[in-house]
Design a protein around this ligand. Structure first.
Ligand code: SAM
Length: 392
């Protein structure tokens, strides 16, 4: 069984965060960007419709649900691409049975082959593109020119899965092969070319020059994170896009496996994405704790000691004060810069380390607390994140 097939056997906690976000955010995207035009949801690496073990819904079903959710007031078109014939057959069948009533197009083959059709259908529409390959499969230019290069209106947003673990493994392999001297073997050459295409050049090799111990996984992962940061900078350079990134781990004590990165031009987009990430973070917490308990690991280390069942309300109630306090400190830090700012324009700074845990009410709580202390001039009411915040 290949790693690809294994991926669809059962959904792991790391996939739960991605799916928790996909369950929520596209609804907001359609609501906010589809008042005057059609909305297209593209799933460029759609996969099977369902995971085999437990029938968990894959991304195509989740996007279909989001589209159906806004059916009464938004016009959505779903576009799915899947290269693997067996996965495609399963996808088609699952969508026929459970895919709801939103108009959809299914294509078997390579995303690069089908992108022109999507772009043509999405002309004049807002576009939400979810790109979720197994590894560094996407071409840099495809994202930068074809997707981010679309006209500014109606909006385009891209949600990318960037595999930290694969970039770490591949980058280190190429570096070590090169350091041993001589020519790269054909497989190493292929790996290097794949990374070049994905990252938009060979600049990443300088980053991996710091990884000199073949067994130092931590260093390779840290390097891959730095490479991913530079990659985001290069993708968004010269555009109006900003990147909101969430590092996703299988468990809190393990290294990040991938980054979920939203490319958006709108503070509103960033804001609601962070909100969706926070809700999805609780799904993730529940999933990894439950996974541990299912594997009979006694004493799963959580906030509440040993558990037999994960209680979402209890978890939220216990964590919320810490989340709000952390955000409050972050905002105090930002106020020191001396300029008024809108929270929606500074989402990663606002949430800091609690991105993917807290969500809007916890930020509201923080702003209300700062207002009570007369540290900000906004009471935290209404859509407070859209309005300038400053010292009184
Ligand atoms: C990580 S899986 C997708 C999982 C799915 N998005 C989900 O969240 O449920 C990646 C899928 O992309 C497919 N794939 C790989 N390369 C592709 C390409 N160039 N074009 C389209 N699909 C591709 C694989 O066959 C695989 O089913």
């Amino acid at each position: 069984m290949s790693a690809h097939d294994d991926f669809f056997r059962s959904r792991k906690a790391a996939a739960v965060l991605k799916h928790g976000t996909l369950k929520r955010y596209p609804v907001v995207f359609a609501a906010k960007t589809g008042q005057a035009n059609e909305v297209v949801f593209l799933d460029g690496y759609a996969g099977r419709g369902e995971y085999e073990d437990e029938g968990e819904e894959g991304s195509p079903l989740l996007l279909s649900r989001c589209a159906d959710h806004v059916r009464e007031f938004r016009k959505v078109l779903l576009f799915f691409v899947e290269r693997d014939p067996a996965h495609f057959a399963n996808l088609r069948q699952v969508l026929e049975q459970k895919g709801g009533s939103t108009r959809r197009v299914l294509r078997q083959g390579d995303i690069t082959e089908h992108l022109p059709e999507v772009l043509s259908l999405a002309r004049g529409a807002s576009l939400f593109a979810f790109l979720d390959p197994f590894g560094p499969a996407l071409d840099f230019d495809l994202i930068k020119s074809d997707l981010l290069g679309r006209p500014a209106r109606p909006p385009t947003e891209v949600l990318l899965h960037v595999s930290v673990s694969t970039v770490a493994r591949m980058g280190r392999a190429v570096h070590i092969a090169r350091r041993r001297g001589g020519e790269l073997t054909p497989p190493d050459q292929k790996t290097a070319q794949r990374l070049d295409r994905f990252l938009g050049g060979n600049w990443w090799q300088d980053f991996f020059a710091r990884v000199d111990d073949e067994r130092d996984d931590n260093r390779a992962t840290d390097t891959a994170m730095l490479v991913a940061g530079e990659y985001e900078k290069r993708l968004t350079a010269g555009t109006a896009y900003r990147a909101i990134r969430m590092a996703v781990r299988p468990r809190p004590d393990l290294a990040p496996k991938y980054l979920l990165v939203l490319l958006t031009t709108h503070g509103e987009g960033a804001w609601h994405f962070a909100d969706a990430l926070g809700h999805a973070g609780m799904d993730w917490e529940e999933a990894w704790v439950t996974e541990q308990m299912r594997h009979g690991k006694a004493g799963v280390e959580t906030l509440f000691g040993d558990l037999s069942v994960f209680d979402r309300d209890q978890y939220k109630a216990a964590k919320a004060p810490f989340w709000s306090r952390t955000i409050e400190q972050n905002i105090i830090q930002m106020l020191r810069e001396g300029q008024p700012f809108r929270l929606a324009d500074r989402v990663p700074d606002v949430y800091g380390t609690v991105l993917g845990q807290a969500w809007t009410p916890h930020v509201r709580q923080a702003v209300k607390s700062l207002y009570r202390q007369r540290l900000v001039d906004h009471p935290g009411t209404g859509d407070f994140w859209k309005e300038p915040l400053r010292r009184p």
